[in-house]
Design a protein around this ligand. Structure first.
Ligand code: NAP
Length: 231
């Protein structure tokens, strides 16, 4: 049984999720690195372990409630608590709002919104056992209503919904030590962001890790570069 803080990171086999897992582990957090593909997830864990980091792999598909329940049961049985949940996994795209097929809209919402909602519901009982539980939802400036544009409709609207969920869940958990925040990593060089994005994954992950570990932060806010931004 580890005495370290324990984190669950979703979609952590690549991109920003993997880098958040790496930075948390570098900060003495035990990381349960999750991914829907066990081969890719185990590969990332092996890579981080070979760098001396304290991580393990668990399978988690954000489109499957059964998979989320299995993960929550595992964390309960193995560790009996959780300190940090990073809802990172997401699908991009989604096209023009007038043409995007409903199937694609629903699939994007399943992964980007309903997944984080259900996983948070399942893991909050374990976060309540932490002295400083944290939920960090990885969102995007593309979901901010104050600068909404066209295109990528399913993605944008799913992130707006995730932002709203953050504010509501933070209010529902007020009076507990659990803080719920959302953040935009900026435009980052990953499979989703593409190779011409200006930011490194290290920079993209930084604010999420800060929100997970910093003692004095508010709850129910939207951040970029460690500063509150408009919804
Ligand atoms: P990425 O490279 O495309 O990685 C996405 C991750 O999500 C992958 O590990 C993918 O797994 C996983 N995933 C997708 N559907 C899943 C599911 N149903 N269950 C479990 N895992 C699933 O994206 P990224 O750039 O690292 O993005 C990470 C987060 O940052 C996302 O929330 C994204 O919206 C946000 N963000 C990114 C940028 C950017 O410029 N990159 C900008 C703003 C916000 P597979 O490998 O199995 O597909």
């Amino acid at each position: 049984m580890t005495k370290k803080k324990i984190a669950v990171v979703t979609g952590a086999n690549r991109g920003i999720g993997k880098e958040i897992a790496r930075q948390l582990a570098l900060n003495n957090v035990f990381v349960i690195l999750t991914a829907r593909d066990p081969v890719k997830g185990q590969h990332s864990v092996d890579e981080l372990k070979s760098a001396g980091l304290d991580v393990e792999f668990q399978s988690l598909d954000m489109d499957s409630e059964e998979s989320m329940i299995r993960l929550a049961d595992y964390v309960q049985n193995q560790y009996g608590r959780l300190d940090i949940l990073i809802n990172n996994a997401a699908l991009g795209g989604g096209g023009d709002s007038l043409r995007v097929p409903m199937k694609e809209f629903r699939r994007t919402f399943e992964t980007n919104f309903f997944g984080p909602l259900r996983l948070s519901q399942l893991l909050v009982p374990l976060l309540r056992k932490s002295e400083s539980g944290r939920i960090i939802n990885i969102s995007s400036g593309m979901g901010a209503l104050n600068r909404m544009g066209g295109g990528d409709a399913a993605y944008r609207i799913s992130k707006t919904a995730l932002n709203s969920l953050t504010a509501v869940m933070a209010a529902d958990l007020s009076g507990t030590p659990i803080k719920v925040n959302t953040m935009c990593p900026g435009w980052v060089r990953t499979d989703m962001g593409g190779s011409s994005a200006p930011r490194s994954v290290e920079k993209g992950a930084e604010t999420a890790v800060w929100l997970a570990l910093e003692k004095n932060i508010p709850s129910g806010k939207f951040f970029r570069d460690k500063k509150i931004i408009d919804w």
